[in-house]
Design a protein around this ligand. Sequence first.
Ligand code: NAD
Length: 445
Amino acid sequence: MNVTVFGTGYVGLVQGTILAEVGHQVICVDVDAEKIEKLKQGHIPIYEPGLEALVKENSASGRLQFTTDATMAVAHGDIQFIAVGTPSDEDGSADLKHVLKVAETIAEHMEAHRIIVDKSTVPVGTADKVSARMAEVLERRGRAELTFDVVSNPEFLKEGSAVADCQKPDRIIIGTEDEATVEVMRELYAPFSRQHEKIIVMDVKSAELTKYAANCMLATKISFMNEIANLAERLGADIEAVRQGIGSDPRIGYHFIYPGVGYGGSCFPKDVQALIRTADAIGFDSKVLKAVEARNAEQKTTLFAKIREHFGGELAGRTLALWGLAFKPNTDDMREAPSRVLMEALWEAGARVQAYDPEAMEETQRLYGTRDELTLCGTKETALKGADALVIVTEWQSFRAPDFDLIHQQLSEPSIFDGRNMYDPARMARKGFTYYSVGRLPSRG
Ligand code: NAD
């Protein structure tokens, strides 16, 4: 099938590539000419395991093409995906300007029936707005006879495993009431729904809300666990034991109940906020979502509070080694990352940071390269040199079994502030560290 994908970010690039991989003819279009030029040369602008090889293979086979030419792109795909960003507006609601711009572009250039597939995360009612905007443009062009259908098909991939998630989706939500469109979408996604039925068809609004409900449920799990962890810490209980204890109940399960330093990234913060604003707009008080957001904002400050307290409230002149900058492992994405809140608080208090991340160094350089209080280090070991203490913010695999003797040697005060509960407190004490983690009492060597 001929498919066009607007937007070559985490969602558009991965989805477009995976659709090409199963045999569809895909054109990916972006307004960012530099990005498209790089992609044409096989340079992938983001880090996603497995993506580079697939882009190269499918580009070489001719099934995957990149362009900035909207006319050609709209002419190509019977199916036109919208996979552009929907950032938070000033008030926290989803900013639809990119989505509506793509709607205009498609209506501006289409010459035959088109199925518009909204993959961006958008508030309930957006499909209607996309339809209205397209109808306006077609009317203006004097081509009101051209037909189209707008489908909501939210994306559930996780950054860091985006390729695998798109290749083996848990479910494929198709929101439309048009039977013919459902058939086309079934054909498009048939290669991904072979083992068992993955496609769930529903009305457009329910599909739009499903995406927000999923992300808000996941954010709720995190904030809930962080709340219990904060309680455990104050009551002298061990959150890791509690986690094992509750996860064993299949109604709760072990997934996504890790305490930490708060959720970040490009999705949870903005999607929780956007659903709160959607509720506000209709006069509904979303009590749970507001609490989830408030707990998360506070959680991002907890590591800093522990560090400050440890150093007797005096951080000026201190140097902290920081391991992990990306908002989660296996990505270079720094959007809303807890590391940013921590670094900015440390700098504000007069401390210096020596940071290392396996993938997010370039992005950190772009964001904070001009700050004198930050040194970006080539390895996790060099980040330790001359530091007073070690802080861990992202749970990269390569931090799981470090050389503790070396860490002990390098730090002026052998203390570790672990925002991800990577180590065993008793072992850390035996190794001579003062060890702070989340939801567990500090252990002292
Ligand atoms: P992104 O910011 O990485 O990429 C968006 C791309 O769209 C950019 O390359 C931008 O240049 C391009 N763009 C903007 N306007 C355009 C236009 N008019 N025509 C063509 N291209 C245009 O965004 P992303 O992370 O891929 O997210 C896209 C959407 O998918 C968002 O709504 C997001 O909430 C949702 N989503 C993201 C994830 C994720 O993990 N990143 C997961 C599921 C859903």
